[in-house]
Design a protein around this ligand. Sequence first.
Ligand code: TA6
Length: 279
Amino acid sequence: MKTAINQLTGFAHLTDLPCISLQYGAATAVISLYGAQLLSYKPSAEREVLWLSPKAGWHNGQAIRGGIPICWPWFGPASTPFNPDNKALPNHGLVRNRLWQLAQQHSSPNGVSVCLQLELNDVPHYRGTVLVKLAVNLSDSLSVQLSCNSPMPQQGALHSYFNIGDIGSVLIRPLPAQYQDKVSAKTAVEPQLSTGVCTEVDRIYSNSAAQLRLDAQTGAVAIHQAGHDATIVWNPWQEKSSRTADLTPDGYQRFVCVESARLHTDSATLSLQQQLKAV
Ligand code: TA6
């Protein structure tokens, strides 16, 4: 079994982006040090599981549109307890536009792994330095684990963009019947425990199962989640896609986000995992 871990510059059209490539036999993955963001996961040469926007950029502090962005220490707009002073803080936290460091790497016959870490001294309302880690393991699946042991209120999300070929082909199951609908700002119920996408979708499913399955034109993916308390399903659809600078007008047809998140803030530390296996 050939295994390799290499530092490289550039991935796809992001030609000056510092990255790390992983190889385990026929499987490969690429991680950007900017945002500690997985950009590519190919279980075989023929299949790409993740989606990266052809208009994604990483300059001027913007987050890369695609792959697996890391949302931390808050999800969505910063509200209480992260932002009691109602300041202008970035959506989805502080770490999507920081350069992370490669802290550890390891290859064995069972898989290749790297650990990226980031030190922050500017977490609002936290005095001192915070260390956030992302552990990535590639074997016959891809696993991503976000952790932070600093005792502070924290949320986290692995905001995965899946390459689905055609949005009409998507089915995600099982999902709880009830969800918080961010499009209508209401609680809604869909009794069949699955979600197809044929309009703008921005849904928070609390208490979702550990094991999900995404079916699409490009194939099926088993998604295993741990440490989460919610799954978010997002697709901006046509109008929002054409209003979003780093999406092409028809970009929404090519991806769906299925995100593993820990949204409650009662526990002081965080460990959140998503594992992807092509089936
Ligand atoms: O997780 C869904 C969501 O919060 C949506 O509401 C949508 O705005 C999306 O994330 C993308 O956010 P971003 O900050 O990357 O543009």
